[in-house]
Design a protein around this ligand. Structure first.
Ligand code: ARG
Ligand code: ZN
Length: 421
């Protein structure tokens, strides 16, 4: 009897420990689904966004000009029907169980990790990325240089690598993973670093050697770590709010350029596009701004990596009414990127235009700040694969094809820039 109760107690302890130390600490998305919600007018869009922000069971995944992508809890189907009716929009399912995709991705990551810690057949953690960067810096001491952007809110170091084969090159700054869950961006950025150092392809060598590269593979380090360890769907930074229990700011709405103008960001701390209590409230954003502004004479091009939607976006973000003076050139450059990507056997199609024109007003984004405030005249947001089959949980088999597309696209983009002067 005594032994029996001892065994029961032991079993209970094991159970409880299993529950508190296991997978359960992670946010789970069992039977969460993702819908594309289509609408026609900007009034419908505003109403939809408002209804979404008011509902805990809804989370915004992506916005496009004529549709929102919404993740909803399994119990919120009725609510979705109500919202669809109220806004006179229509919905189409594209992911039926988000957790299933997360589990598949994790299995692939675990499997790939068995053959070594870093690679492009899986998504790497921040620690793996930094350890790999160190190896690269040791292997290529003459052409690479480590730089530190600054520290995150939680005290992580935001690192970058400069690649320079010779002096007097035009400079290209690459910002990546400002949004935590957009893992394809740092996978692509690290693959590009590797190509710039190791490729034997003539075009790639030319590209690598005739530019100075400043590449920050993970800007939002806290959010990125959080998306690996706790919540795969995390987007924002991790700084708590003074006025709400919701955590984090959308760093791509936090730059001091037309901040919060024109409905280009939310003032609700719980929203995915919360602009923050003030511009540059996020140390990660301030750190990037400090680096770019103190090196602006050396930076001719700024590329901000995002996912997903397959778009090349140029300024302005804050207004649809005006266009930048070199808009026509920017469109020609964007077309060159798109054509190059399409020429690959994958047949991937990119659309292009101004941020506000083909998406929605978004103010306080990196490229708009660089363009408006720092005079970086070639400033693009690249939204990588896909268009919403997997969304943010893009299976790792896409990493190399996506990165190849980015590479040929960037070659064409920079060639066209040179041609246009
Ligand atoms: N999906 C990105 C975001 O929501 C794209 C923003 C592009 N807009 C801009 N103004 N640069 O942050
Ligand atoms: Zn993004």
């Amino acid at each position: 009897m005594a032994l029996n109760s001892f065994l029961i107690a032991l079993a209970l302890v094991v159970l409880v420990q299993g529950a508190s130390f296991g997978q359960d600490e992670r946010v789970r998305y069992d039977n969460y689904s993702v819908y594309k919600v289509k609408f026609e007018t900007s009034e419908q869009r505003s109403l939809l966004k408002k209804l979404v922000e008011d509902r805990e069971n809804f989370r915004l995944w992506q916005e496009a000009q004529d549709e929102l992508h919404l993740m909803i809890t399994p119990s919120a189907l009725g609510e979705l029907e109500t919202v669809i009716r109220k806004t006179n929009s229509s919905a189409k399912l594209f992911i039926s169980n988000v957790q299933e995709l997360i589990d598949l991705e994790e299995e692939a990551n675990i499997k790939a990790s068995r053959d070594g810690s870093f690679g492009w057949t899986k998504y790497n953690s921040l620690a793996e990325i930094y350890a790999w960067l160190d190896e690269i810096l040791v292997a290529y001491p003459a052409i690479t240089e480590s730089f530190i952007l600054g520290q995150s809110y939680e005290g992580r170091t935001i690192r970058g690598i400069k690649i320079s084969y010779k002096s007097n090159n035009p400079g290209v700054f690459i910002e990546s993973n400002i949004h935590a869950r957009e893992w394809i961006t740092s996978a692509t950025a690290t693959w590009l670093i590797n190509e710039f150092l190791t490729s034997t392809d003539e075009l790639v060598r030319d590209l690598a050697q005739n530019h100075d590269w400043y590449i920050v593979p993970v800007l939002n380090v806290d959010g990125f770590a959080y998306s690996h360890e706790k919540d795969r769907m995390w987007r924002k930074t991790r700084q708590p709010s003074d006025i709400s229990s919701c955590v984090g700011v959308d760093p791509n709405r936090n730059y001091d350029s037309h901040w919060m103008e024109n409905g280009g960001a939310s003032s609700d701390p719980c929203a995915e596009d919360y602009g923050g209590p003030n511009p540059f409230s996020e140390p990660e954003v301030q750190a990037l701004a400090d680096f770019v502004s103190s090196n602006k004479d050396k930076i001719n091009v700024l590329l901000a990596f995002h996912s997903y939607s397959q778009l090349l976006l140029s300024p302005y973000g804050h207004t649809e009414e005006e266009f930048p003076p070199n808009f026509d050139d920017m469109m020609e450059v964007a077309k060159a990127f798109g054509d190059a990507v399409e020429s690959l056997p994958y047949g991937t199609v990119y659309r292009y235009g101004s941020s506000s024109g083909i998406l929605y007003p978004a103010s306080g984004a990196t490229i708009d700040w660089a363009y408006n405030e720092q005079g970086v005249e070639i400033s693009y947001t690249i939204e990588f694969r896909d268009t919403g089959r997997y969304g943010f949980i893009l299976p790792p088999v896409h990493i190399i094809p996506n990165a190849e597309e980015a590479l040929v696209g960037i070659v064409a983009l920079l060639d066209k820039c040179e041609e246009l002067g």
